[in-house]
Design a protein around this ligand. Structure first.
Ligand code: PMP
Ligand code: GLN
Length: 390
């Protein structure tokens, strides 16, 4: 009989000792607590497509309620193939190069987990979406941080050249960018190509905002660049494209050899995703208008929000994409951004996201992020409140 001491309990050795609750959950919790308008966490407050909802309902009644293959429902993968060929002039195999995932975040995590070994380095641009660094660290790898140039939030490619070592395994990209709305340009892609050429470096490209891009800017998907695609995992989210963030459904595209490894990780973590949504989306994806109209719709929201904000003392920065726009508040206060964001939620009833949360070391440029994918009335009431802050 093994000796068990009564007071002995297994002690957890945290894999993520420095991680707390995400700022999105914190700010949405605070918004609920103080009955504030939530311009913090990124999600629309208007209804998604009625047609898509009906389709899901219909296919459930038709009996599409059991597992699909672990790679995802084949007709959906075929629809994605057609869509990316139309958008980015590239032929992707539905059989070997696409996997449906429970959201974009999971696709990014799985891609990183597929390639990273302990001690590998990953180039991450800050501010960075908050899942990236924990995803790297849980794999025993090391984030190598590079600040985007404030306030344009552009990549300094010379800095990237300096930070590359023999241990660099991944460059993590995100365009349109959360939280800043910055977008990559053709020149950026050329720089990237010249940097990774003949190296062992993979690219993980977070393109969940591919359809939320404004002012006729072309989305610089990795899928447009065969020399980059051959070393990339490209991650997308249906939640962003179809106003259904709670569906948590997305996909990853990669060359067959990389996708084969990705699927080894995926199949024993998730196996397959929600069947009725995949069946419905396989049809709905054929409607080009539903995704092509999104940037015009969201650009109007951005522009409306910008026009309303002229009545406040916030100074908005540029946003070329995503559903976010950042603002400096140094004409109002010299508080730290978290303190300021917490206070205006409590005192003025508007929740936002402090941008220092997207920096590992908490760099604070006194900037907060607003989400404008909201009904016009929501934006109006929020800005009426923000205009009272002096
Ligand atoms: N990447 C970025 C930059 C995001 O803003 C989001 C939105 N949450 C995601 C990935 C994840 O998308 P999903 O909800 O599909 O996991
Ligand atoms: N992507 C959303 C944002 O940046 C939130 C997603 C989440 O809460 N994890 O606000």
């Amino acid at each position: 009989m093994p000796l068990i001491l009564p007071a002995m309990r297994p002690q957890i050795h945290s894999k993520l000792p420095n991680v707390g609750t995400t700022i999105f959950t914190v700010m949405s919790g605070l918004a609920n607590q103080y009955n504030a308008i939530n311009l913090g966490q990124g999600f629309p407050d208007y209804q998604m497509s009625e047609e898509l909802m009906s389709l899901v309902n219909e296919v459930m009644h038709k009996g599409f309620n059991q597992y699909v293959p672990m790679q995802g429902y084949m007709p959906l993968r075929e629809s994605i193939t057609e869509k990316v060929e139309y958008l980015y002039q590239v032929k992707i195999s539905p059989d070997t190069q696409i996997t449906i995932t429970p959201g974009g975040t999971y696709a990014i995590y799985t891609a990183l987990t597929t390639v990273l070994q302990p001690g590998d380095e990953v180039i991450v641009f800050e501010p960075a979406y908050d899942s990236y660094i924990p995803n790297i660290e849980i794999n025993g790898a090391v984030p190598v941080l590079i600040d985007l140039n404030f306030p344009e939030y552009k990549i300094d490619w010379n800095e990237v050249r300096k930070k590359i070592t023999h241990k660099t395994r991944v460059i993590l990209l995100n365009s349109p960018h959360n939280p800043t709305g910055a977008v990559l340009r053709e020149e950026d892609m050329k720089e990237l190509s010249s940097i990774v050429k003949d190296t062992n470096i993979f690219i993980v490209s977070d393109e969940v905002y591919e359809h939320l891009i404004f002012d006729n800017i072309l989305h610089q998907s990795i899928l447009r660049y065969p020399d980059l695609l051959e070393r990339s995992f490209v991650c997308f989210s249906f939640g962003k494209t179809y106003n259904c963030t709670g569906w948590k459904l997305g996909y990853c595209i990669a060359p067959a050899e990389l996708m084969n490894e990705f699927r080894k990780v995926h199949q024993f973590n998730c196996f397959c995703c929600h069947t009725p949504s995949q069946v419905a989306l396989s049809e709905f994806l054929k409607n080009k208008d539903a995704y092509l109209s999104l940037s015009g719709f969201m650009q109007q929201k951005r522009d409306y929000f910008i026009s309303l904000m002229k009545n406040t003392r916030f100074d908005l920065l540029n946003s070329g994409g995503s559903y976010f726009i950042c603002a400096k508040y140094d004409r109002i206060s010299d508080e730290a951004d978290k303190e300021f964001a917490f206070r205006i939620t409590k005192e003025y009833g508007v929740a936002t996201i402090p941008v220092s949360s997207f920096y590992k070391e908490g760099t604070d440029n006194m900037v907060i992020r607003f989400c404008f994918s909201k009904k016009n009335e929501t934006l109006e009431t929020a800005v009426e409140r923000l205009a009272k802050i002096s």
